[in-house]
Design a protein around this ligand. Structure first.
Ligand code: NAD
Length: 487
């Protein structure tokens, strides 16, 4: 298991010699002491990335693509080991780590490997006599800060497009879950990325993260995390006006209309909510049910929620693991208390499981609360296996409740009526809308939010614009230079 900082192609200790203890959220056992990056280590990593940038940005795009494809292959070859490491570090059930996290990571690197030599400029129809063309150039040293909920998958979402475009990178994983990104760093070295092109430095947000965000030689920062931290990043980045991309929190509405195919809506809504213990920015956490089907939907949904198998995340049968940290478990339990205090009705869950076999883990039972749209739990991101249920009586009311949030990341709706599907999808203020499905993602499809869910987009050609800047070149091919001023 790799536990050191990856700077300039070498695994090194932090200059101050500090470490971060990383624990397994299932049994609190210690997994590793990982080297801690502090401000001076961030500086070293930025220096290494700065030195690597000129050569990397001039490396042929197809060679950059080849290395990303090789990295995808190396991750695939190490799939079982990476899935287990991710499960131990995060609590993701092994069936998710093996069937979703690792394959999605491979797919991401493969997609952006293929993208590297397909980033094209354009020729602009300007005045006769001039040729005007636009090139997309890499930006420089890119800082990337990621959260703990999908640490492995985020390596491909972040590194893939940045490297394909010719930038060099300093990535700071979350202090809670640094292990899989350090394992990827080993593979980065193994497949032959030049030293300094990728630097991975675990550290705390308030020290290493803050330094990266304010660093005047970091030209762009891509941040995924909470809206609260996103605000701090905006302020810290002001010094050199670095380009920002913010993927922040969400409070996804998931609307079930009276004509929905109920079995599919129940199963899809459960995946949208409970996958990854609900620790997903796009989770469908506000269930909006048409009053006429609410009871039938809830009977089936609560039965399904009750049947979810909580357990050791390394057990292939486990469907829900622990939350990723004790502190986060306590935060979610506190929201259960807030829901009760404000008059919400806990229909199921609202507590840690009583099974002694789970006592050491950071578990929360699947929790569904009947609540009114103004309740705190319908407004704040809880980030656990926790949904509020509210009923509505017509489409306009559903849209109004869905849009009554400061977030706008993912949203879902279930209906058999094609016209309603289009109308409502258009009316929802959100970066992504899923119809008769929930939480589909693909590296080719833009991913990001509106409002306080942030700005900029991951994935597809959109993200390549985030990691490049336009250079407009004017060439006089046949234009007569007019007199300075007619005199
Ligand atoms: P967080 O904001 O606490 O931490 C995210 C990262 O920021 C961590 O690496 C942390 O060390 C770092 N950080 C903390 N304080 C910092 C500071 N002052 N300066 C610089 N960096 C700092 O978020 P979290 O609790 O780790 O993750 C959960 C949040 O992430 C949720 O709000 C979730 O919705 C959001 N998220 C968003 C997306 C998206 O794509 N929109 C995806 C996943 C998670």
């Amino acid at each position: 298991m790799q536990t050191k900082l990856f700077i300039g192609g070498e695994f090194v200790d932090g200059l101050a010699g500090g470490t971060i203890e990383v624990t397994n959220p299932f049994d609190q056992s210690k997994l590793a002491d990982v080297a801690e990056a502090r401000a001076e280590d961030v500086d070293r990593a930025v220096d290494a990335a700065g030195r690597a940038f000129p050569a990397w940005s001039r490396t042929s795009p197809s060679e950059r693509g080849r290395l990303l494809l090789a990295l995808a292959g190396a991750i695939e070859a190490n799939a079982a080991r990476l899935a287990e490491l991710e499960t131990r570090d995060t609590g993701h059930p092994i069936r998710d780590s093996a069937n979703l996290d690792v394959p999605r990571t491979v797919l991401g690197f493969r997609y952006f490997g293929g993208m590297a030599d397909k980033i094209e400029g354009s020729v602009i129809p300007v005045d006769p006599g001039f040729l005007n063309f636009v090139e997309r150039e890499p930006i420089g040293v890119v800082g990337q800060i990621v959260p703990w909920n999908f640490p492995l998958m985020f390596t491909s979402w972040k590194l893939g497009p940045a490297l394909a475009a010719g930038n060099t990178v300093v990535l700071k994983p979350a202090e809670l879950t640094p292990l899989s990104s350090l394992a990827v760093a080993e593979l980065v070295r193994e497949v032959g990325f030049p030293p300094g092109v990728v630097n991975i430095i675990p550290g705390y947000g308030a020290t290493a993260g803050q330094r990266l965000a304010e660093h005047d030689r970091v030209a762009k920062l891509s941040f995924t995390g909470s809206t609260v931290t996103g605000r701090k990043i905006v302020q810290a980045s002001a010094g050199n006006l670095k380009k920002l991309q913010l993927e922040l929190g969400g409070k996804g509405p998931n609307i079930v209309f009276d004509d929905a195919e109920l079995d599919a809506a129940v199963a899809g809504s459960a995946f949208g909510l409970f996958h990854n213990q609900g620790q997903a920015c796009i989770a469908g956490t506000r269930l909006l049910l048409h009053a006429s089907i609410a009871d039938r939907f809830l009977d089936a949904f609560l039965a399904l929620a009750r049947s979810i198998r909580l357990g050791d995340p390394l057990d292939r049968k486990t469907e829900m693991g622990p939350l990723t940290s004790r502190i986060h478990q306590e935060r979610v339990l506190a929201y259960c208390d807030v829901a009760r205090r404000e008059g919400g009705e806990i229909l199921i869950g609202g507590r840690a499981p009583t099974d002694p076999a789970l006592a050491r883990g950071c578990f929360i039972e699947p929790t569904i609360v009947r609540a009114a749209p103004h309740h705190t739990v319908c407004r704040d991101e809880v980030f656990g296996p926790f949904a509020s249920v509210t009923t509505f009586s017509d489409d306009d009311e559903a849209i109004r409740i869905a849009n009554d949030t400061r977030y706008g990341l993912g949203a879902g709706l279930w209906t058999a009526d094609l016209r309603r599907a289009h109308r409502v999808a258009k009316a929802i203020r959100s970066g992504m809308v899923w119809v008769n499905c929930y939480k589909r993602v693909h590296p080719a499809s833009p991913f990001g939010g509106v409002g306080e869910s942030g700005y900029g987009r991951e994935m597809g050609f959109d993200v390549m614009r985030e990691y490049t800047q336009a250079k407009s070149v004017w060439i006089n091919v046949d234009a007569k230079i007019p007199p300075f001023y007619p005199r």
